[in-house]
Design a protein around this ligand. Structure first.
Ligand code: NAP
Length: 463
């Protein structure tokens, strides 16, 4: 059975879910299309009420939703609650802002003195969202809140290890008052995903996931000439300049690399430290990681959760072994291992040269790569020597210098004095192999709309 709940803290499978049948998928497509024809005409006020109700339900039932996140992908319960709250914030953001963000834009009267030209933003139709397991609610909220607010309807293909979280989002939107068919979770096989993309009722695809999945889904969307957005992997640089506040910077580094057990697209995966601070940074960083505590993700004293599955542990271990085979040094931090569960002891990799394939890879778990930079210029060079372009950070007490460095980092998001953040009112997305398109705020809601020009011209105006 492809879709299953396996508790990463016990490695015990508790539930399985059969794949959708072709007939179920066809029925969902029919309903999503029929729902679109009504939903696109529905007022912003009505759509906003549904979004606000979804936010209110998430907050009201915070414990139930958050437990589900911890059960299926193993994240710390405190982090699960933060994710549920963030998802509620996103629904609320669009409840409050969708209408403003999609206001028609009057074009300035210029060469067009004869006409009254406006760009209006109309929904495209049925969309497919393909989402990953690392933030099972947030990733879904990030696409359905803006797109439903814009008047589109959506089918969801969630990751196969979070089927109950996927079903919970489906139930949430029904309970919030969304019309039948406007959002539907399905459990399709990969082949059925291809069929959905090719279906003429589907107008666009949004994927968050790995480069491999992104390349495949984007090529299928391309073949079918459909718009897509790709939110893919990352290997964020965490640059530490010589004037950084070292103690606070190290605290952020430990957090930035280990929250969600290091399974974040924007984890601080490559620490780039200027020479004068490198040794002190390494000593404090090692000490900081050494204070983490692995254990039951529901227990408040646990600070490092299991990975999402035993498969993820095995894959990450292989990746570290390969990095070492190509010359890196791996230092495992000897945290006490719980008796069961998909746990992975944090590793610090040093001596990763530019010809080591690891320098261009994403490590999706608590593995930190440390690089020694001669100076600011060299740090920027190392930061940009990555095929990814998602987020990144610069630590310095000189904020203007931080901004100057940030402008030279080739990614979609750079934070000065903070690891890459996720917030309901900040845009999210990357460049290069981290994908294309943006989610959240006005940029996200405008990804799947028709920016239609309507120009009303005096019939006697010259051509
Ligand atoms: P993944 O294996 O690519 O899976 C993501 C989604 O794509 C899942 O629903 C998966 O379904 C589906 N999928 C994978 N291959 C497919 C195929 N051939 N046909 C149809 N669907 C397919 O990624 P993951 O391991 O779940 O997530 C980790 C990756 O996501 C990391 O690289 C991380 O950096 C990235 N990520 C990026 C962002 C961002 O915003 N940029 C955010 C979070 C995560 P199955 O489970 O059924 O395979």
């Amino acid at each position: 059975m492809a879709y299953a709940t396996v508790n990463p803290f016990t490695n015990v499978q508790t539930e399985t879910f059969p794949n959708a049948t072709d007939a179920e998928i066809d029925a969902a497509l029919d309903k999503a299309h029929a729902a679109f024809l009504v939903w696109r005409e529905t007022s912003f006020a009505v759509r906003a009420k549904v979004m606000q109700t979804a936010a209110d339900i998430l907050r009201r039932d915070m414990d139930t939703y958050s437990r589900l996140l911890t059960l299926e992908m193993g994240k710390l319960y405190a982090e699960a609650k933060a994710e549920t709250e963030l998802s509620a914030d996103i629904f609320e953001y669009y409840a409050n802002n969708a209408e403003k963000l999609l206001q028609p834009e009057s074009l300035p009267v210029g060469h067009n003195a004869e006409g009254r030209a406006r760009v209006i933003h109309q929904p495209l139709g049925v969309l497919l969202a393909v989402e990953p397991w690392n933030f099972p609610f947030y990733q879904v909220a990030r696409i359905i809140a803006p797109q439903l607010s814009a008047g589109n309807t959506i089918l969801l293909k969630h990751a196969s290890n979070v089927p109950q979280c996927a079903a919970a989002m489906d139930k949430l939107m029904r309970e919030a008052g969304l019309p039948d068919g406007a959002f539907r979770n399905l459990y399709p096989s990969h082949a059925q995903v291809s069929r959905i993309i090719a279906d003429s009722r589907v107008c666009g695809v949004a994927l968050t996931g790995s480069e491999g999945a992104g390349a495949k889904i984007a090529s299928e969307a391309g073949l079918a000439l459909k718009k897509c957005t790709m939110e893919l992997g990352g290997a964020d640089a965490f640059i530490v300049l010589e004037d950084a506040d070292l103690e606070k910077t190290v605290n952020w580094a430990v957090f930035g690399r280990h929250w969600n057990s290091g399974q974040v697209c924007v984890s601080s995966k490559r620490m780039i430290i200027v020479d004068s601070l490198y040794d002190k940074f390494l000593a404090l960083y090692r000490e900081g990681i050494g204070k983490l505590k692995m254990g039951d993700p529901m227990a408040p004293e646990t600070t490092l959760a299991p990975l999402s599955s035993q498969g993820a542990v095995d894959g990450l271990r292989k990746q570290v072994e390969e990095a070492v085979r190509f010359g890196a040094k791996a230092e495992e931090i000897p945290l006490e291992l719980p008796n069961t569960g998909a746990f992975f002891r944090p590793v610090i990799l040093t001596g990763v040269d530019s010809d080591n394939p690891a320098s261009r890879e994403e490590f999706f778990g608590p593995v930190s790569m440390l690089f020694r930079a001669k100076d600011e210029e060299h740090a920027i060079q190392i930061a940009n020597a990555s095929p990814y372009g998602l987020g990144g950070s610069v630590f310095t007490t000189d904020e203007l210098r931080g901004e100057r460095v940030a402008q030279r980092i080739e990614t979609g998001m750079v934070y000065v004095n903070h690891p890459t953040m996720v917030k309901a009112d900040l845009p999210f997305g990357g460049v290069l192999r981290s994908g294309f398109g943006r989610e959240l705020i006005g940029l996200g809601i405008k990804e799947f709309v028709n920016h239609k020009l309507i120009d009303v011209v005096d019939i006697d105006a010259p051509f």
